[in-house]
Design a protein around this ligand. Structure first.
Ligand code: 4NP
Length: 154
């Protein structure tokens, strides 16, 4: 099988999807699983910027430095480059469906559909929230990364 490649997509690519990228990278490294991981936003406001300071702090609390990540916008070509694309919330999923090329092989889904009992739900956008909202988002993306790593490792 080809090496799996996973893209996480939120709105700005500065809060939730960089944390999801970090959580999966860390789990993959621990498990010794080779996987390409990236993240992007459906919007373009923050392109080229590092993650939100609060996301950098939250990832840092879990031993992961994401200060070198830079935001980019999701594009149609991503559907040809990645085997799996996960939307962080249902609106991100709808926005991705509108840019998807007519023919592609990427599997597109909602991230929290991976987590039993959380199907259909959003990783809540912490951008206008507090540190606790970033903690909650981290808990969500790391729960999803745990499930994902179990699947990719098989
Ligand atoms: P993210 O959070 O989608 O988790 O990166 C947001 C970042 C920026 C904005 C909204 C959400 N914004 O409106 O600029």
């Amino acid at each position: 099988m080809n090496q799996p490649s996973v893209l996480f997509v939120c709105l700005g690519n500065i809060c939730r999807s960089p944390m999801a990228e970090a959580a999966l990278r860390a789990r993959a490294a621990e498990a010794g699983i080779a996987v390409t991981v990236d993240s992007a936003g459906t919007g373009d406001w923050h392109v080229g910027r590092p993650p939100d300071r609060r996301a950098i702090i939250e990832a840092g609390r879990h031993g992961i430095d994401i200060s070198g990540y830079r935001a980019r916008q999701a594009k149609a070509e991503d559907f040809l480059r990645f085997s799996h694309i996960f939307a962080l919330d249902p609106q991100n999923l709808r926005d991705l469906q509108t840019i998807a090329p007519r023919r592609h092989l990427a599997r597109l889904g909602l991230l929290m559909d991976l987590v039993p009992g959380r199907e259909g739900t959003a990783v809540i956008d912490p951008y206008y929230g507090e540190a606790e909202d970033f903690e909650r988002a981290w808990a969500d993306v790391s729960a999803a990364a745990d499930v994902l790593i179990g699947r990719l490792g098989r």
